[in-house]
Design a protein. Structure first.
Length: 388
């Protein structure tokens, strides 16, 4: 069922991703930078706003070919480098001009660096043909021109949740990982209530933490268990240099579903006692946890020091979960691959594995340099988006 247009197939990156994948309901686009638009492969414009204008302009152009436009975009992820973060608030006017009163939800992720030389921002997006609108709450759109949440069919996507007071914007519980995590889940619960949903309806969370949170990171698991048990969600977790707010130690992205949740586990016993599950099947999607090269029984990291072997192990795990849910490799529409800095010199070597495991055209995808992963021996963690 996975299809890429001829143009997308011709523009597969050297990393082995399709530029986009069209599943007839959604269009899944790979991450784009201003450097991708340059003949030299280097971002020419030195200012963040100019690079963002170029990227969103190209995104609008790409959307026209399958008959979509920027108003059909439901969710974007903006990966921003630390040096560009002081300029980041300047993108608010750009978003208002591009999206008007229908902005997408936005996940803002600070990364140590981007793969393309000179790039300050990378944008990936999902657009829909099913119709969508921002969820109506007292704070439907924030001061940065980002929707707080959007509903697409049974699914509700939330913008990045920070540990801030809903009205004042001040960070709560400074220095307290557990306290900040609780505030995030309380904030998410308030947004979900606007659509008649609750935290047990959450099917996927992606948690980002700063290095300062690492010593007490276990507190985030306790909070997740408190708010989600016993109907756990799929989960991905990693470390980033900082968050959008300088005092926030953690941030979380949430996806919830009004459709029934079905846990999918091929039989891996390591998930017993954990506050998340390998995957959740809900509606026509399979929400998959981020996978590292971990033993399914003991949780120990396998293939220590070998990025290619770890990636092969991860792809095999993704496909096993997909097949357990009744799908095939063709149902994988997008990959987000989080790679630690020390493994980047070998990252290009994993590109052939994508075609080997996922076929042609390969999924859309984004490669992200992360600060660290939860287990230090892990070199890569992969998030897969699956439409059944």
């Amino acid at each position: 069922m996975r299809r890429a247009s001829t143009r997308a197939e011709l523009r597969d990156t050297e990393l082995g991703y399709s530029l986009w994948i069209d599943d007839e309901q959604e269009l899944w686009l790979s991450g784009l930078t201003a450097a991708d638009l340059s003949e030299s492969g280097v971002a020419v414009e030195a200012e963040l706003e100019h690079q963002a204008q170029e990227v969103y302009g190209y995104l609008a152009l790409l959307l026209r070919e399958p008959g979509l436009n920027l108003q059909d975009v439901t969710r974007v992820v903006e990966y921003v480098t630390p040096e560009a973060l002081p300029e980041y608030p300047e993108l608010a006017e750009l978003r208002r001009g591009l999206f008007g009163k229908w902005p997408p939800v936005t996940s803002t992720v600070v990364v140590p660096r981007l793969l393309r030389a000179g790039a300050l921002i990378q944008v990936e997006a999902v657009a829909t043909r099913r119709g969508s609108a921002p969820v109506v709450t007292p704070r439907a759109v924030d001061t940065q021109g980002r929707a707080l949440a959007r509903r697409v069919g049974d699914f509700m996507y939330l913008s990045t949740q920070l540990p801030v007071q809903p009205t004042g914007g001040a960070v709560v519980a400074p220095g307290d990982v557990g306290g900040q995590s609780r505030q995030i889940f309380e904030n998410a619960a308030e947004v979900l209530r606007a659509e008649g949903l609750t935290l047990p309806d959450v099917v996927k969370i992606v948690s980002f933490a700063t290095p300062a949170a690492s010593a007490n990171y276990g507190q985030t698991r306790e909070v997740r268990g408190t708010y989600l048990a016993p109907r756990y969600a799929a989960s991905t977790a990693l470390f980033q240099p900082q968050t959008e707010h300088p005092d926030a130690l953690v941030q979380v992205d949430f996806i919830a579903s009004a459709a029934p949740k079905v846990v999918v586990n091929p039989g891996w016993t390591r998930y017993e006692g954990l506050a998340y599950v390998p995957a959740i099947k809900s509606g026509n999607q399979l929400f998959v946890s981020g996978f590292g090269s971990l033993n399914g029984t003991t949780g120990a990291v396998e293939h220590v020091g070998d990025l290619v072997a770890q990636t092969r192990n991860v792809y095999e795990k993704i496909l096993r979960v997909v097949e357990t849910a009744g799908g095939t490799a063709a149902n994988v529409v997008k990959l987000q691959e989080y790679v630690v800095p020390r493994a980047m010199p070998w990252y290009a070597e994993v590109a052939p594995l994508r075609r080997e495991h996922f076929g042609t055209p390969p999924p859309a995808g984004t490669a992200i340099v992360c600060e660290a992963l939860v287990q230090p021996e892990m070199l890569i963690e992969v998030d897969a988006w699956v439409v059944l």
